[in-house]
Design a protein around this ligand. Sequence first.
Ligand SMILES: C[S@@+](CC[C@H](N)C(=O)[O-])C[C@H]1O[C@@H](n2cnc3c(N)ncnc32)[C@H](O)[C@@H]1O
Length: 192
Amino acid sequence: MRIRFDKYVIETCEDVYEPAEDSFALLDAIDMIKPSEGTFLDLGCGTGIVGIHVAKNYGLEVIFSDVNPKAVRCAKLNASLNNIRGSFVVGDSMYRLKEVDYVAFNPPYLPGEPEDEVDMARCGGPQGIREVMKFVNNLHKVRRGAFLLLTSFNPIYVVLEEIRSRGLHTRVLFTRSVAGEEYFLLYVYRDR
Ligand SMILES: C[S@@+](CC[C@H](N)C(=O)[O-])C[C@H]1O[C@@H](n2cnc3c(N)ncnc32)[C@H](O)[C@@H]1O
């Protein structure tokens, strides 16, 4: 299936998370901050929709990364469809956080254990924050700011406490209710 936006198109791929309301909420959060220059890590890129949005609208240099190799292949296909260069990394890229100005993560947030790599797009351990906490533990390395989606399935105050204990600031850009879930769109940054 091909999804068309103003400035780009996204092709969905088998076994790769299809852009949904959570993906679109993350795009809206990024549009509120308008990242200006530097490098941007699309962590857990899936089809690459977030990185492609950023490259097309803000001209940042994007690194697309996912633990699912099929997702990275899909992001590469979509980048090429949209004439974007970028770099592509298969694996758990939390360690790359230190190399970037901005990062965005729409994590696997549902409570539960993933049974395969496709499930890794949705399930993040008993409270749905296993990947989120790994992300938070590396956030102090990011040069400018981080976008993170959390939901009403997650213990949000645990995550906020952990971020703040690292001397970082958090701003809830907005909340959005979708089909019985509530999304919390966070921006994390170093200085006011
Ligand atoms: C909810 S999907 C989001 C996909 C896409 N960013 C979007 O918003 O449509 C989460 C993605 O994160 C990937 N993922 C899960 N844990 C990861 C990790 N530790 N490092 C990199 N990617 C991860 C999954 O494979 C999946 O593609």
